[in-house]
Write a protein that binds this ligand. Structure first.
Ligand code: PMP
Length: 428
């Protein structure tokens, strides 16, 4: 079947809003390490799969073997019966989480993890008000859309939550752009206090330590510690959405919240994406008191499936034994340096930023501050033609190139990818 036939069938039967990259979308058929191949046998270096799913490497033999062995033994319900793999992975994640007296609940996606965190927070606090960050992304369910500040990804939601949006996730534009770190944090705290000054106290603040879909923007270190002080005084919970920032991707820290750690860990963290290296695992870690506030039975048929848990255990073991967090710091640092050099003097580049293997290149109309989604789309096509897959993101316009390779990226691959980005940028 040709690619255009498959595309026509896709358009016929799947929703119009199901995003596809590229003018001629790619059908990926296999992968290995940091590379993937399409149905025509074209090979690409993958600089985006690390965020989507493949945190460690494509077709990692350790994970493939664990999945095949478990699938050959039993694939059964995750709950109702004791599940050894789920207990083991929960023990390991609880110990890594930094949250005291931690309990873990497994889901099948990041959206469902955030939904569960909302269920817990609203029940625990008996409040339907949620503080979320402007420009945030938390998923696409009824309630997750309702706490997603990035309007490009939350077109409609009639959720009964009362969402209050807080400043702090982005400071590249608007009145906060000129402030230094301390002044920025003080302004955001004042904004938060203003929101808290009226009405019923909210249940929780949910925030991504680095905004992912929003274009890889990081608030200054310590912002959430400052928020925490204000929130804790009122009993408001802090939920750290670690769906993109967890497991060492940011290089300096295992979790994104640790960049803000002065006031201790969050009350809850949510995770998903790469922990299964492509298998669908999500989950919530919470203090026992918060996790156990639900007074009814609850199960998830597929969350915690023995097969996905086997993948998670093998993947977690691999990434800790190979110090992939350290690799993210070292190779990510070098990649950031190379990309900054590649972008020097390119008029449409507004900023190159990042932490570890989470790097964003924001594009604008040359000589102005206006975002340029057209150029971002053109660079995406040009990098593909050069044999590299990258992603896009940003606020209300998709003008940030997003780079998030598998955490096992080598120095040689980082250099090769940076050279392709440079050629694509200069061509566009
Ligand atoms: N939270 C964040 C920070 C995300 O980036 C995403 C996915 N892009 C989600 C939640 C939702 O995860 P999922 O797509 O697995 O439902």
């Amino acid at each position: 079947m040709t690619e255009s036939d498959l595309r026509a069938r896709h358009q016929q039967v799947l929703p119009d809003w199901l995003a596809l990259y590229y003018e001629q979308p790619i059908e990926l058929t296999h992968g290995e390490g940091r590379h993937v191949w399409d149905a025509d046998g074209v090979k690409y270096l993958d600089f985006f799969g690390g965020i989507l799913t493949t945190m460690t490497a494509h077709a990692l033999p350790e994970v493939t073997k664990a999945v095949a062995e478990q699938a050959g033994r039993i694939i059964h319900s995750s709950t109702l019966y004791l599940n050894r793999q789920m207990v083991e992975l929960a023990e390991r994640i609880a110990a890594l989480s930094g949250i005291p007296d931690a309990r873990v609940f497994f889901t099948t996606s990041g959206t469902e993890a955030n939904d569960t965190a909302l269920l817990l927070a609203t029940a625990y606090r008996n409040s339907n008000a949620i503080l979320a960050m402007r420009n945030s992304y938390h998923g696409r369910s009824f309630s997750a859309v309702g706490i997603t500040g990035n309007r490009a990804w939350s077109p409609t939601s009639l959720t009964p939550l009362q969402t209050l949006y807080v400043h702090g996730g982005v400071r590249t534009r608007g009145p906060y752009a000129a402030l230094d770190d301390d002044a920025f944090i003080a302004a955001c705290v004042a904004d938060l206090e203003d929101l808290l000054g009226h009405g019923r106290p909210p249940a929780a603040l949910i925030a991504e330590p680095v905004q992912g879909v929003g274009g890889f923007t990081s608030p200054p270190d310590g912002l959430y510690a400052a928020f925490r002080e204000v929130l804790a005084a009122r009993g408001v919970l802090w939920i750290s959405d670690e769906v993109q920032t967890g497991w060492g991707r940011t290089g300096d820290h295992f979790w994104g919240w640790q960049a803000h750690a002065a006031s201790g860990p969050p009350d809850m963290l949510t995770f998903a994406k790469g922990i299964g290296n492509g298998m669908s695992i999500g989950g919530v870690v919470a203090r026992a008191e918060v996790m156990n506030c639900l007074d009814a039975n609850s199960i998830s048929t597929f969350g915690g499936s023995p097969v996905t848990m086997a993948a998670g255990l093998a993947n977690l073991t691999y990434l800790l034994e190979h110090d992939l967090q350290g690799n993210a710091r070292r190779v990510g640092g070098l990649l950031l340096e190379r990309l900054r050099a590649a972008c020097a003097g390119v008029a449409c580049v507004r900023e190159v930023r990042g932490r570890g293997l989470m790097i964003g290149i924001e594009l604008c109309e040359p000589g102005t501050d206006r975002p340029s989604p057209e150029r971002a789309a053109a660079v995406l096509e040009a990098t593909r033609a050069g044999g590299l897959l990258i992603g896009k993101g940003g606020g209300h316009s998709t003008s940030v190139l997003r780079i998030a390779p598998p955490l096992s990226l080598t120095v040689g691959e980082a250099e090769e990818g940076a050279a392709i980005v440079e050629r694509a940028l200069r061509a566009v």
